[in-house]
Unconditional design. Structure first.
Lengths: 204, 201
């Protein structure tokens, strides 16, 4: 494996926008000859950017789960729902498949995503040579599944738009929803700033 | 004759046959998808784009769902979901929902039509490279399929309290989700640039 010919060893770059393989030139800001996108040997400041975004996401994950995401006012009572209490309400109303879906998409996936990306960034920083393929596949899975966490944000936005019968029932957004959406967006951006190729490089 | 392609996921260099791949290939080292069979016709892609545009129009013109609750009826459109958040002072969240469910899909369809229709006529759209790069940046931020599942969750929550009537837009949005998926898989960057190269000869 150590003798594998790579783009770097052959002086080739790959354009991440149009996937053209091009010869690396000694200019300051190389651009792809086909689609004119900037091309880099590696995404610039990849590890630092991804790590910073992950720290933000991990901090915001706490208010996202503790603060209410939704307030419901009806004639009889006031309710404040966090993500978890929303899942429990769904569970009690008998729609447990939907409850499991929301639980996985809103609680499990963001947490696993933060952990998985941290593992990947940390091992790339150390230049670890073990389980490279598994880490590579883990990263691609995270990138693919992460988007589904937005599910609850959309559900809340629809409930807010629909349940506005002033005197009878009124739903409004809680501060937790903002933190939650920020977690999803930050982790999505973090996955995009991470350069997978760093997983395959040994420290010099 | 062969050419070198470099895996964008692990930088391993591969030798590949010149010409379109006839089956999907994966990187020998990291198993990332490397090539897809690229024999799609541009006509099909244009047709799906037109179809997606019609569905997009329907999804926005009609109400998504209406609820009946002790004699009152209320309905909302796709835009209404974002506007509801905005009117409660959550401009950031509203912008996020607006962008990922309306602007994103629309720009994606519009960019593709702008690029593909001239290509079909063997011309190149002005600013083709810029529009192509915009499209590549937009793609990860289109969340129509996630929105559909979110809508399902919201409706299930509501059925406990009110009568829920799905609207035309809910169905067209469901179809739009499939149209966008078909469009994305048929207009991969590799395929797109092969069409461009084809129109130049």
């Amino acid at each position: 494996m150590s003798t594998a010919a790579t783009g770097r060893s052959l002086g080739l770059l790959v354009c991440l926008q149009c996937r053209a393989t091009v010869r690396a030139l000694e200019v300051q800001y190389p651009r792809c000859p086909r689609c004119y996108a900037h091309i880099y040997p590696r995404k610039p400041h990849s590890l630092a950017l991804t790590a910073a975004l992950l720290v933000c996401a991990a901090v915001l994950y706490i208010p996202a789960n503790l603060l209410p995401v939704m307030y419901t006012r009806t004639l009889f009572d006031d309710e404040r729902d966090t993500i978890m209490s929303g899942v429990l309400t769904l569970m009690q109303s008998g729609s447990w498949p939907i409850a499991v879906l929301v639980f996985v998409a809103s609680i499990v996936v963001p947490l696993l995503k933060i952990i998985a990306l941290s593992v990947v960034v940390f091992s790339a920083w150390r230049g670890s040579e073990r389980f490279r393929m598994q880490r590579s596949e883990l990263f691609r899975m995270v990138e693919f599944i992460g988007r589904w966490s937005m599910l609850d944000v959309y559900a809340i936005s629809l409930l807010v738009a629909l349940v506005q019968i002033r005197s009878l029932a009124f739903v409004s957004v809680g501060p937790g929803a903002l933190a939650f959406a920020a977690v999803v967006v930050l982790t999505q951006v973090a996955a995009r700033t991470f350069d997978e190729r760093l997983l395959w490089e040994s420290p010099k | 004759m062969s050419l070198v392609i470099v895996c964008p996921s692990c930088d391993l260099a591969h030798q590949a046959a010149v010409g379109p791949a006839s089956w999907a290939t994966r990187c020998a080292r990291c198993r990332a998808p490397l090539q897809r069979p690229e024999n799609g016709r541009i006509d099909t892609a244009v047709a799906i784009a037109v179809c997606a545009l019609v569905l997009f129009f329907l999804s926005n013109a009609y109400p998504l769902v209406s609820i009946q609750y002790s004699g009152t009826t209320r309905d909302t459109t796709l835009l209404g979901a974002a506007m509801g958040l905005y009117s409660q002072g959550h401009a950031g969240l509203a912008a996020l929902v607006f962008f990922t469910t309306i602007v994103g899909p629309f720009l994606q369809i519009a960019c593709l039509m702008y690029l593909l229709i001239p290509l079909r006529l063997r011309r190149e759209a002005p600013g083709q490279n810029t529009v192509f790069r915009l499209l590549a940046q937009l793609r990860p931020w289109t969340f129509v399929e996630v929105f559909m599942l979110g809508a399902l969750v919201a409706l299930v929550r509501l059925t406990a309290y009110a009568r829920v009537i799905p609207g035309i837009a809910l169905w067209s949005c469901g179809l739009l989700m499939f149209a966008l998926a078909a469009l994305t898989s048929r207009t991969t960057p590799g395929q797109f640039w092969r069409w461009v190269d084809g129109s130049r000869t």
